[in-house]
Design a protein around this ligand. Structure first.
Ligand code: T4K
Length: 372
């Protein structure tokens, strides 16, 4: 094992500690710790403005807004989704007693392939839950056409898509609802946290009831809600972190370009390219390894990096459809998901985080290049 410093796949964006202490002192003096407090309200406003979405509700993580979105839109029966994501996407469907139906993905982006959605629709289908995986926008236009044609709702898992825009418009504006994760490992974090973005005030009101046990007022419970409120400490932390969100994304972009440049002449490696008109957030840097051309398998590269204390991660391997909970579903059959299987067996995410040191980026590039 190498003695070199460990480089992890990500490292959290942290607010200035002194500034945070000031906020903590204020919270101490207010003695108001949760339940729609001052910092909660301030962060909702600030995020709505920053992201350009008028109806945003804060949550305590990125999984509960998915679960709540399905509840709020009263989704039942079957939901079409992607197997190429973090398990939380499909778990949210299953937790609501709904059957997930997996559809294969697009080779270039890893996002659900819209051309395969129609064949998966049955009389029980009520919604589509795509994921903007790695922050790359789904083909939202095509997905909307299909949803409109069959009368389906669309809930985008936008956990990776903080700050992503297409032609100046937030990607969170697409679909009926979009959800975000503010987990420590994300582009923008509130330690744990998340948000739900919807289209109108009435839906936001209902969602705010649902995340607070269904309480509409002291004596009225309108639905079997859940407790998914963000507390004041994390909201204050989030307010501070928002100040450096743009700089963090710029810094990630610069790292992505260093990787692209440093690896451009290496055969058998593919990565995501920037798309015209898209403001990317560079949330991950997935490399897809062609074993024959690269001369080493993805798992060999993963092990080699690890030997050198570089902890790349195989997001998203195994596919969700391969986990025992879902393996029995008809749509989980590998022959239904050939592209997703190809991506899952060839992907490795290189370390990617804001303000990554140049020497660390160079060490990763060197190690991948020597892996040939
Ligand atoms: N939908 C999608 C598409 C998602 O990707 C996710 C979450 C969700 C929904 C659900 O959102 P949340 O309910 O989680 O808000 C991580 C995250 O836990 C998870 O949030 C994320 N996706 C998923 C892709 O990755 P792990 O198990 O890989 O994380 P972990 O703990 O192994 O951390 C990875 C590396 O990050 C560590 O090796 C070092 C670094 N790290 C991590 C933490 C937690 C730090 O340096 N500091 C830290 O505090 O799941």
């Amino acid at each position: 094992m190498s003695e070199e410093k460990t480089i992890t796949v990500t490292s959290p964006l942290l607010p200035d500690l002194k500034e945070f202490e000031k906020y903590l002192e204020d919270i101490w003096s207010r003695k108001w710790l949760t339940n729609n407090g001052f910092y909660h309200r301030e962060l909702e406003k600030a995020l709505s403005g920053y992201l350009g979405v008028p109806y945003l509700s804060l949550f305590t993580n990125g999984t509960l807004p998915l679960i709540t979105a399905l509840q709020a839109l009263r989704i039942t029966g079957e939901v079409i989704t992607t197997p190429y994501s973090f398990v939380a996407t499909t778990h949210s469907i299953w937790w609501n007693g709904i059957k997930p139906v997996f559809v294969d993905v697009d080779e270039e982006t890893g996002n659900i392939d819209p051309e395969k959605i129609e064949a998966a629709i049955t009389p029980r289908t009520t919604a589509i839950m795509p994921v903007h995986v790695y922050g790359t926008p789904c083909d939202t236009k095509r997905i909307k056409e299909i949803a409109d044609k069959y009368g389906l709702k669309v809930i985008y898992d936008a956990a990776h898509a903080f700050g992503v825009k297409v032609n100046g418009k937030s990607i969170l504006e697409e679909g009926d609802i979009s959800t975000l994760s503010f987990h420590a490992t994300k582009v923008y974090n509130t330690v744990e946290g998340g948000a739900l973005v919807c289209r109108d005030e009435a839906t936001k009101r209902r969602i705010d009831y649902l995340k607070n046990f269904g309480f509409a007022d002291e004596v009225t419970v309108v639905a079997p809600g859940i407790n998914s409120k963000m507390d004041e400490i994390r909201a204050a932390y989030g307010l501070l972190n928002l100040r450096q969100a743009d700089r963090a994304i710029e810094s990630r972009k610069s790292t992505a370009n260093k990787y692209r440049d440093g690896l451009k002449d290496v055969p058998g490696l593919r990565w995501l390219c920037d798309i015209d008109g898209v403001r990317h957030n560079y949330s991950y840097f997935p490399l897809f390894v062609d074993e024959e051309k690269f001369g080493m398998s993805r798992d060999e590269l993963y092990a080699r990096l690890k030997e050198h204390n570089i902890l790349g991660r195989r997001y998203f391997y195994p596919l969700i459809s391969e986990f025992s909970t879902y393996r029995g579903l008809e749509s989980a059959a590998p022959e239904n998901l050939p592209v997703a299987h190809r991506l899952a067996s060839s992907v490795i995410c290189l370390p990617m985080y804001a303000f990554m040191e140049d020497s660390d980026v160079e060490r990763v590039i060197e190690c991948v290049r020597c892996g040939k």
